[in-house]
Design a protein around this ligand. Sequence first.
Ligand SMILES: O=C(O)CCC(=O)C(=O)O
Length: 309
Amino acid sequence: MLFRLKALYSLYNFFNKSKLKHNLPHYQKLGLKKKYYSPLSSIDFKNFKPDVLKPSNLNITPLNQTEIFKNSSPEDQNHFLDYSKNGYLILKNYLSNQSVNDVNLEIDNLLKTGKIKFVQRNKLMFVLKQSQLIKSIGEDLKLKKFLNSLLNDEAVLFQSINFITGSEQHTHSDSVHMTTFPLGGLLGVWVALEDITEENGPLHYYPGSHLLPYYLNPDYNNVGNKWLIGDKSYTEYEDMLETKVKEKNLQKLVFKANKGDLLIWHANLMHGGEPHINKNKTRKSMVFHYYAKHCICYHEIKQRPALIG
Ligand SMILES: O=C(O)CCC(=O)C(=O)O
């Protein structure tokens, strides 16, 4: 029961003003009566029009004018132009062999020296705070310009997650963990840090699933009340998505990635990790999540604004 108390999350947030104050101008613009530490969920935004937070004079380079696009083959360019239909796109050989080796060495060293530790079983969260190398990959200007054009906003690097083994995460949409107002203000960027096959837990995804509704707390009766967040377990969310996949007959793709390949997914693309069958093999990979700058970002299930910075 204690972990459902909104007041506890608010108390924690109260001491994190520097990481939450980015929302205040947005609240003001919307006329939303919230403090920087207040709970937040999709229910709070149901009466607002989506485009009110974005300035009209944003200067975003169109996708076909970005360097990544211009330096790609016609075949890849066509694939990129299908992003809005598919909800994902792949940049083959994005990172060189040397860069990937450097990242892997960096992770090994940070683990050996105890500067980073696994959480939630097998995640290395926010290594970008310890590693200038990893941060510089996520902050690469050419990549950011490409992401800006997909988001139609400025992409702000929020977090990195490194894996040494398969995530084995059930199918989900990031929009339940990293929710935004307006919806869709998030991108996931996944990088293979070695070759990945059916044996070592590849990423899976459902092309086109980003066009389905955003399934949020109200969709599985997890809204909670004034004092408490919802009482449904995360498994109930995963079960709901499994049902949607079956009902809508969605077709799964598995990303048999080569070392250095990069895949970008839309905020609402359903994806997850396949079972990691051969435990003698590693599955080294890295994910970056980016928020759109002119969004309010929060965690729908925990009803907490996102700590950024
Ligand atoms: O790497 C994977 O297997 C999945 C990662 C993922 O789902 C995520 O970061 O949202």
